[in-house]
Design a protein around this ligand. Structure first.
Ligand code: SF4
Length: 77
């Protein structure tokens, strides 16, 4: 398992094949997510918002393309 972030102790993964580039995650947490030049979400900084805000952003993804993992395993979904 790759490292968890320094502050939130989470890891965020975006399933690029699922992402439709809606930008909801960027709107919800603009310091955590951005759209790359293919219009797909990337993770800028897993510590750019509180863990709750990260999970809310993941929950708002219309295609459930954002996965949040913590020290005890899956946080969302
Ligand atoms: S909310 Fe989901 S579908 Fe929309 S850009 Fe973010 S990861 Fe992609």
């Amino acid at each position: 398992m790759t490292e968890l972030s320094a502050l939130n102790r989470i890891r965020i993964e975006v399933e690029r094949d699922l992402c439709i580039g809606s930008g909801d995650c960027v709107d919800a947490a603009p310091r955590v997510f951005a759209l790359d030049d293919e219009g797909k979400a990337i993770v800028l900084d897993p510590d750019g918002a509180t863990p709750d805000e990260v999970v809310d952003a993941a929950r708002n993804c219309p295609v459930t393309a954002i996965f949040v993992v913590g020290e005890d395993g899956d946080i969302y979904p």
